[in-house]
Design a protein around this ligand. Structure first.
Ligand SMILES: NC(=O)c1ccc[n+]([C@@H]2O[C@H](COP(=O)([O-])OP(=O)(O)OC[C@H]3O[C@@H](n4cnc5c(N)ncnc54)[C@H](OP(=O)(O)O)[C@@H]3O)[C@@H](O)[C@H]2O)c1
Length: 275
């Protein structure tokens, strides 16, 4: 009750930016959840966790100043809807899902308080927000998140403000098709039983970097890679179109068609030179 009155007053005055916040992370035992827990706790805030058994949800969700959703992409919207049932308008609700249109829409639909979509453009192995990019999508009442954005800024994070639509469109290329290329390359190396250590012993630095990236991808939970590729129909179509491009070029290679291959390179050079 006291907390509620205090939250209402401070939310109205907007004057509590420096006070420790009470935060509940839904999915806080997961990899990104742990990262946010560490950062928020180190900054002096009090962090509670709701896991997949939802133990403590009735008390930990309604009392929070901020609820942060950090759960698998596929179940995010359903979990947002479930979470919102526990919240009053005084709680700010944010998510860190790698897609933004559907989660932001779900938060706005099911929660009447402050809403913001975030996408950290890094994995859980980093030590802080320093030099990392975070995409920020406004939902409602951005001011309620000033303290959180300032925490990231103070650690030298770069915040990129975008709409959910622009974010998702960019991530088709930045994440979905890239994951497919890397996965294909990794599957191919395994299928061909390549001696990776031997190949590294005579490789260029770029090849070594590529292998490191493939290893990082393979060390992640496979679910995340798959969710990133399958998250939207647009992503599935883009991956299909990329595979068609592979096939078109592979046919030119098969036919040893130098002329057409050079034309492909020249038209692509032309495109890149205009960027
Ligand atoms: N990993 C990355 O590199 C990365 C980068 C940027 C953004 N993201 C985004 O961050 C989010 C989390 O990714 P992650 O890699 O941290 O995943 P993760 O390690 O699999 O963690 C997900 C957490 O969600 C919890 N969870 C699953 N179902 C739940 C439910 N029904 N109710 C409540 N909690 C539930 C799990 O709880 P239990 O532990 O109790 O099972 C788990 O701890 C995703 O949306 C992803 O797109 C990830």
């Amino acid at each position: 009750m006291i907390h509620e009155v205090f939250s209402t007053l401070t939310a109205r005055s907007g004057a509590d930016h420096n006070l420790p916040k009470v935060i509940t992370i839904v999915g806080g035992n997961g990899r990104m959840g742990k990262f946010f827990n560490n950062q928020l706790t180190a900054a002096g805030h009090r962090v509670n966790i709701v896991g997949s058994n939802w133990q403590g949800a009735d008390s930990l969700l309604p009392q929070a100043d901020l609820v942060l959703i950090s759960v698998p992409i596929e179940s995010t919207c359903e979990i947002i809807e479930r979470t919102a049932q526990y919240l009053t308008p005084h709680t700010a609700l944010a998510d860190i899902t790698s897609i933004k249109i559907e989660p932001v829409r779900a938060m706005l639909e099911h929660h009447s308080g402050a809403v913001m979509g975030l996408h950290p453009m890094f994995g859980p192995s980093v030590e802080s927000f320093a030099q990392q990019k975070v995409v920020v999508c406004s939902g409602r009442n951005d001011a309620a998140f000033d303290w959180l954005l300032n925490l990231m800024r103070n650690q030298q994070a770069e915040l990129i403000f975008s709409t959910p639509e622009e974010h998702d469109q960019m991530m088709v290329m930045i994440q979905a098709t890239r994951h497919f290329c890397r996965l294909t390359q990794a599957v191919y190396l395994a299928q061909e039983k390549i001696d990776i250590d031997k190949s590294l012993s005579m490789s260029s630095p770029v090849y070594r970097q590529e292998i490191d990236i493939l290893k990082r991808l393979l060390n992640q939970n496979p679910q995340l890679c798959i969710d990133i590729m399958l998250a939207t129909e647009e992503r599935c179509q883009a991956i299909k179109s990329l595979a068609d491009t592979y096939n078109r070029l592979a046919r030119l290679i098969e036919k040893k068609d130098r002329e057409e291959l050079i034309k492909e390179i020249e038209s692509t050079q032309n495109f890149f030179s205009k960027q």
